[in-house]
Design a protein around this ligand. Structure first.
Ligand code: SAM
Length: 245
């Protein structure tokens, strides 16, 4: 028997001005159980304790889409979101759960992880999410994905400049990229500003906060697509990490 995830109604309310419905809470629980089961075959996550899963996977995923501690309003009316390097489904699956009117595309370069996520989407009946086995560098050059998304999410996939090169080409003009980070420095902001400018974006804001149970340091870096990304970006597979902008 799997332990129940904590409800944390008060913390959700205080930190995001929101609380999950009973059915969303049930989907969070189901997600947790499926990930624990999946972990027996696949190396999905080291975070398996109930409180840690709640904080580092659920809360953390949703905090990124809540700048100034409120969900981005367009997520409720319905926008297209892409999660690059989703792994076991973070942050994209919790976002799909709380934003049923938005479409979430979950991308990972590893087929095994996407197979696992497809099973999750079926079990949770999340019809607003779809999957793609691909590299960000490839889809950024494909007409069906380039400049097609309103919001791009990326957590734990590489350096900030690589994350910018993966996400900005996929955004429509006016779209928003959310880079989920732990520690962050002013020097990183300066380096990122230079990279982002070359990609048709700007660093809109950086929020620093701590997680509500363990006070771990987090930063959300928000990039706005303000122009068009030149055709040579993203560069070929591997280049954004080998030769950072
Ligand atoms: N985002 C998840 C999270 O925060 O729990 C997973 C992070 S995991 C450390 C990084 C994932 O990104 C892996 O599943 C890997 O296969 C995927 N990945 C790395 N580079 C990628 C790329 N260029 N395009 C697509 N997926 C990539």
């Amino acid at each position: 028997m799997t332990n129940s995830l904590p409800e944390m109604a008060q913390i959700w309310q205080q930190t995001l001005n929101w609380q999950p419905t009973d059915s969303q809470q049930a989907q969070f629980q189901q997600l947790y159980e499926l990930i624990l089961a999946g972990n027996r075959q696949l190396n999905l996550t080291r975070i398996t304790d109930t409180q840690e899963f709640w904080e580092k996977h659920l809360w953390d995923s949703l905090r990124g889409i809540a700048p100034q501690q409120e969900f981005i309003p367009s997520l409720q009316t319905g926008v297209s979101v892409i999660d690059i390097g989703t792994g076991a489904g973070f942050p994209g699956v919790p976002v799909a759960i709380i934003a049923p009117n938005s479409t979430i595309t979950l991308v990972d370069s590893t087929r095994k992880k996407i197979n696992f996520i497809e099973n999750i989407l079926g079990e949770l009946t999340l019809t607003n999410a779809k999957t793609l086995v691909a590299r960000a560098e490839e889809i950024g050059q494909q007409v069906q994905h380039r400049q097609k998304y309103d919001i791009a999410l990326i957590r734990a996939v590489g350096t900030a400049s690589a994350c910018a090169e993966y996400t900005l080409p996929l955004l429509k003009q006016g779209g928003l990229a959310v880079i989920y980070r732990g520690a962050w420095t002013q020097e990183e902001t300066s380096a990122l500003e230079n990279a982002v400018k070359q990609l048709g974006g700007k660093v809109e804001s950086i929020e620093n906060f701590t997680t509500p149970l363990t006070n771990s340091i987090r930063h959300s870096v928000y990039l706005r697509k303000v122009g068009t990304t030149p055709a040579n970006f993203p560069r070929a597979v591997g280049v954004p990490t080998q030769k950072p902008l």
